[in-house]
Design a protein around this ligand. Structure first.
Ligand code: NAD
Length: 260
């Protein structure tokens, strides 16, 4: 379905971003990975993507806290692949603390990576998409883009902001071939969530298995994690012709979290 098309997925050396990159590659897309990690491991990821897509893959080291890096990411991907047709804004970090103890530098970092980076990448990629008359912008928000949890001031503010940005971009592109939507995952077992499981286990002196069960029981009625592959499947669906009129939507993949 995406043969001849090129995608940029931010924060795709791990977790959900990697799941999305693999799903897009399986549809034939050339993929620009981005994110931190070991050079050898990243080379292996690129090789794997090229094998399934039959198209080019590459990695860009842009730091999502740096607007200039983000502009370069889009420009370099356009140069390498000829276009950026699919932009997935996925890079994200978490910091957990009560608001009156929240370190200001952590607030700034979460807002920069989880919200502002999407503004910068969209600003850079949209003109090319409009010119070509087709584009897909997929913002990975969160259940925390729709509802809140205590101790996550920066993350919840950033993800609510990202859902808002998604709607504005969708309206501004409504009469074009470019769509912009958000995916709102609940708990997905990735390194980002593993850190929270480790902290929970330490705080309550419980096993990691018990901490996982507690985390799910608190929020996710299905009592099962969503997977990076499932989030990748939604991203692929949003790139399909069936999704042409899905604009400004927030698609929950959260085991019932936000149905409560
Ligand atoms: P992860 O920690 O596995 O992956 C994060 C990725 O972002 C990595 O590739 C990392 O290298 C990259 N990254 C971090 N800081 C960066 C920076 N400054 N510049 C460039 N890349 C950077 O996390 P994940 O769980 O896969 O999260 C991916 C996205 O999904 C995030 O936006 C997160 O908020 C969102 N999300 C995750 C969950 C979950 O349960 N895991 C739930 C809802 C939303």
């Amino acid at each position: 379905m995406l043969k001849g098309k090129a995608a940029v997925v931010t924060g795709s050396t791990s977790g959900i971003g990697l799941g999305i990159a693999r799903a897009l590659a399986a549809q034939g897309a050339a993929v620009m990975l981005n994110g931190f990690g070991d050079a050898k491991e990243i080379a292996g990821l690129i090789e794997g993507l090229e094998r399934v897509s039959g198209a080019k893959a590459a990695h860009h080291p842009a730091d999502m806290t740096k607007p200039h890096d983000i502009e370069r990411l889009i420009a370099d991907a356009e140069k390498a692949f000829g276009s950026v047709d699919v932009l997935v804004n996925n890079a994200g970090i978490q910091h957990v603390a009560p608001v009156d103890e929240f370190p200001p530098e952590k607030w700034d970092a979460v807002l920069a990576i989880n919200l502002s980076s999407s503004f910068h990448s969209i600003r850079a990629a949209l003109p090319g998409m409009k010119k070509r008359g087709w584009g897909r912008i997929v913002n990975v928000a969160s259940a925390h883009g729709l509802v809140a949890s205590a101790q996550k001031a920066a993350y919840v503010a950033a993800k609510h902001g990202l859902v808002g940005l998604t709607k504005v971009v969708a309206l501004e592109t409504a009469a074009t071939g470019v769509t912009c939507n958000a995916i709102c995952p609940g708990w997905v077992l990735t390194p980002l969530v593993q850190k929270q499981i480790d902290a929970l286990a330490a705080r309550h002196r419980m096993t990691l298995e018990d901490a996982k069960a507690k985390l799910l029981a608190e929020k996710q009625p299905s009592l099962e994690f969503a997977t990076p592959e499932q989030i990748g499947g939604i991203a692929v669906f949003l790139c399909s012709p069936g999704a042409d009129q899905i604009r400004g939507a927030s698609i929950s993949v959260d085991g019932g979290w936000t149905a409560q």
